[in-house]
Every structure is written in C-alpha cells, then in structure tokens.
Ligand binder design. Structure first.
Ligand SMILES: [Mg+2]
Length: 128
C-alpha cells in the first residue's frame, strides 16, 4: 500500500479486517468508540514523545531527511494514531474525506492569522 495507490475507504476496510482477524471489539469487529478515541490520545502522546526535548537542529535534521531512524519511529506512531482514527470513523460511519473537505471550508472562511482558540465563535461550526 502507498498513499498514491490507496483510498481512505481501503484503509478503513483494512483496519476493520484487522480488528476482525484479531478478535478485537464485538462480533462485528467494532470496538467501543469511546475506548478507541481514548486509545488514540495515548498513541498521540507516543507520537509527541518522539519529538520530546529535540533541539532546533535535530528538528531541522528531521526535515532534511538526516534522521531516518527517528522519522521511522514517527511514522510508526502516526500509523497507530491514524489506525485508531480510521477505526473510529468506520464504526461511526463518518466519511473522512467529506469531514476534511468541510473543515477546509470552515478554515478558509476564517480571517488570515486567526487560529484555534482565538476564533470568534460565530465563525466556527465544528470547532472543538
Ligand atoms: Mg504506539
């Protein structure tokens, strides 16, 4: 599988089949979405751990492709995060591409330079 050859639907299906093969979740391979969301944050922490205490030069090395071992670890943890995320979207029948498209539309409506918590509430529809 590569990004250019694989659809989001194929990834969701592959992860669902993994759940079924491993006996995770209920008889349909569906795990409690609350548990999956919580597990996703644990994996997100593991991803952040790969960046913990890096000096700016080390970050630049990563960007320049000079630390393939760390990049590989980051990829592995990102896969964990994405696998839980896609599992969550599968179980709740949420279309990831549609949600991202909607979110891009919301962000484009914001004034430039406005991010996250500084967003006036009336400009957010999905804002957490
Ligand atoms: Mg992990």
């Amino acid at each position: 599988m590569t990004d250019s050859q694989t659809t989001v639907a194929q990834l969701k299906q592959a992860i669902h089949e993994l759940c079924l093969q491993k006996g995770w979740g209920d008889q349909n391979g569906i795990q409690n979405p609350q548990h999956v969301a919580m597990a996703m944050t644990v994996e997100m922490s593991e991803l952040l751990e790969r960046f913990q205490w890096l000096e700016p030069g080390q970050v630049q090395d990563l960007l320049d492709g000079k630390d393939p071992a760390r990049a590989r670890q980051i990829g592995e943890e990102f896969a964990d995060v994405m696998m839980y995320g896609l599992q969550l979207m599968y179980s709740l029948d949420i279309d990831v591409a549609r949600e991202i498209e909607l979110k891009i539309g919301i962000v484009l409506k914001r004034p430039n330079g406005v991010r996250g918590r500084n967003i006036p509430k009336e400009t957010t529809e999905h804002e957490p």
